[in-house]
Write a protein that binds this ligand. Structure first.
Ligand SMILES: Nc1ncnc2c1ncn2[C@@H]1O[C@H](COP(=O)(O)OP(=O)(O)OP(=O)(O)O)[C@@H](O)[C@H]1O
Ligand SMILES: [Mg+2]
Length: 224
């Protein structure tokens, strides 16, 4: 779990920043209006998976029952960050119609369940728009406090856009100095066009003191 800093170094300023994001989200959710949170970004490599894993762990550490599902069926990386096997996972559940509980990895933290991507399919968009995935999400909503979904970036492929139509909220991770303003705006517009509810943005990779520290800024100005 090399990049799960909230677990490894809970007292670090970075972990404190993640806890700040959790507090903001919990505050937005004081009436428990949402459970499923999709994490995406305009472009690749902006830090979606890193942000999602740390946030999910932060929620788990504060006593929530959390599940993370790797719905990035193009370049799945949840298993790499969490250092767990991806011999099977989401695609097995969806294509074989198996019970999702058979594919849970619970080795990282008792409150945190993980479902990796499984074998990469030829038709990710079709699979992610299927009734099978919607049924799975409904089942997970019954069993957990929070369901976090990792996805591919919005601009190159439409997987996250498709999923945002049946997911409660979207968190957009923007990498400072990497994503151009017009690309970020396009991502927001594409999500809004399908009615996605953007909970907030996380500004990632903000350089401090000329060093590339991890630093995060959460804003919900785009949300409701
Ligand atoms: N805050 C940060 N500071 C420095 N490096 C970071 C930060 N967040 C992520 N990274 C690094 O950036 C790279 C991409 O991160 P990550 O895999 O989380 O991005 P991603 O958006 O999920 O990528 P992809 O589009 O491939 O799914 C990794 O090497 C990760 O360690
Ligand atoms: Mg990723």
């Amino acid at each position: 779990m090399k990049d799960i800093i909230v677990h490894k170094e809970p007292k670090s300023p970075v972990s404190e920043a993640y806890r700040g994001i959790r507090t903001n989200i919990s505050f937005d959710n004081v009436d428990k209006t949402f459970k499923t949170i999709l994490v995406t970004s305009p472009k690749e490599g902006e830090g979606k998976t890193t942000t999602l894993c740390n946030l999910a762990m932060t929620f788990a550490l504060s006593g929530n029952r959390v599940i993370v599902v790797d719905t990035d069926l193009r370049r799945p990386k949840l298993h790499k960050l969490m250092e767990i096997s991806n011999i099977n996972g989401l695609t097995d559940i969806l294509l074989k119609g198996d019970d999702y509980r058979k594919y849970i990895n619970n080795s990282v933290h008792p409150n945190l369940d993980l479902i990796t991507s499984g074998t990469i399919p030829d038709n990710p968009s079709e699979i992610l728009g299927s009734d099978a995935v919607k049924r799975l999400i409904e089942e997970l909503k019954k069993d957990y406090d929070y369901v976090f979904l990792d996805t591919p970036p919005v601009v190159p492929v439409n997987d996250a856009i498709i999923m945002s139509t049946y997911i409660d909220r979207v968190i957009l991770v923007l990498a400072s100095g990497e994503v151009e303003q017009d690309v970020a705006i396009k991502a927001v517009r594409d999500l809004q066009k399908v009615g996605a509810k953007i909970l907030g943005t996380v500004l990632n990779k903000v350089p401090i003191n000329k060093q590339k520290y991890n630093y995060y800024y959460y804003s919900n100005e785009l949300g409701e």
